[in-house]
Design a protein. Structure first.
Length: 354
């Protein structure tokens, strides 16, 4: 995931857009945190002390994938790329190559560490490891990108963004209401209507939103920064409290409010993007950003691919202790960065797989 989208490297360091690098690095840290702290909410009883504390952390960091998608939209949905299907087709080919490479790596590792037969190996190779779903989603966005460039930079972009988020919010709401005993029958009817009319547009909304915020001119005023900070806290609160409420009611972990299309995640993603753009418009803050931020951002594809394997190695050792999960975040992120930066040195293949 280079700096011009999720898998394209930016070749002109002097023209880098610092706040997008920072957002991408933040998203990477969130991804590592999700996959570590998730053990606290999936392997422990709902309402237990470790579950409650893990939910406080695990809920807000689910903003990671929307942030990645917004960075891609910001950099790829340029007006001049409208109809440029050939360049986006090349990006899709690169994604396919990356998927095959990493799928092969994880399938081979499973053969070494587990009792995996030939058919199981082939299945793992075709479907990929759990976190590689991300590449399929990115390929879909790239396929639509030549058509979206004109929308993202037009006067009706906000209408399209609102329509995308409304669709996914209605679907999420109908799923949530089914688990509320008093409203379950209403939700079944409502849900059938939404399922019939909806299109899976959540990520499309983030893709367009990233470009729309990118197009905004100048930093926000101090009062508006405070407002967006408040929006960020409200989004985090909705995610944490919503997950706690429906999980306690249901008796098992319910992750509806962790989904990219939930209201809390939408509010957090938009506010983080707005605040990053505004605050890092300050020349002094931009200069304060260390140079390694750009290198990490350019290696984000490799970091994303590697970290899951490292977490699998230590899962059983940290799953019963939230403290160990949190302590593992920085070492896992650091090792993933080192491995990804080394892999980027591989001639011709490095920029594709890392």
């Amino acid at each position: 995931m280079g700096n011009q989208g999720l898998m394209v490297q930016r070749r002109t360091p002097e023209k880098r857009i610092i706040y997008l690098d920072v957002v991408k690095c933040l998203a990477l840290l969130c991804v590592v945190t999700i996959h570590l702290v998730a053990y606290g909410v999936t392997r422990h009883p709902v309402g237990s002390p470790i579950w409650i504390r893990a939910n406080y952390i695990n809920g807000p960091v689910h903003v990671a994938v929307p942030l990645f998608v917004m960075v891609s939209g910001a950099l790829l949905l340029k007006p001049e790329r409208q109809g440029d299907w050939k360049s986006f087709l090349k990006r899709i080919v690169r994604i396919i190559v990356a998927f095959v490479f990493w799928s092969l790596i994880y399938a081979a590792a499973a053969c070494i560490t587990q009792d995996v037969g030939p058919m199981s190996f082939v299945w793992r190779l075709v479907t990929g490891e759990y976190h590689l779903w991300f590449l399929f989603m990115v390929a879909t966005l790239y396929a639509l990108a030549p058509l979206l460039c004109s929308i993202a930079n037009s006067d009706y972009a906000w209408y399209a963004i609102g329509l995308c988020f409304l669709s996914t919010l209605l679907h999420t709401a109908s799923s949530f209401l089914v688990d509320v005993p008093v409203l379950s029958k209403i939700a079944l009817v409502f849900g059938s209507w939404v399922t019939d009319m909806r299109f899976d547009a959540g990520m499309l909304g983030y893709f367009l939103l990233g470009r729309r915020i990118f197009n905004m001119q100048g930093p926000l005023s101090h009062p508006l920064n405070v407002v967006w900070g408040g929006v960020l806290l409200v989004g985090a609160g909705i995610t944490i409290f919503g997950t706690w409420l429906i999980s306690i009611n249901q008796g098992s972990t319910n992750e509806y409010f962790y989904q990219a299309g939930s209201p809390g995640i939408i509010l957090m993603a938009a506010s983080i993007f707005m605040l990053s753009k505004s605050l890092l418009s300050n020349p002094r803050l931009r200069k304060a950003c260390p140079r390694w931020i750009a290198k990490v951002a350019d290696a984000s594809m490799g970091i994303y691919a590697v970290h899951a394997g490292l977490i699998m190695m230590i899962a059983d050792k940290v799953a019963d202790s939230l403290s160990l999960m949190l302590l593992a975040i920085v070492p896992i992120a650091f090792i993933s960065i080192i491995v990804a930066l080394l892999m980027k040195r591989i001639p011709r293949l490095g920029d594709i797989i890392a």
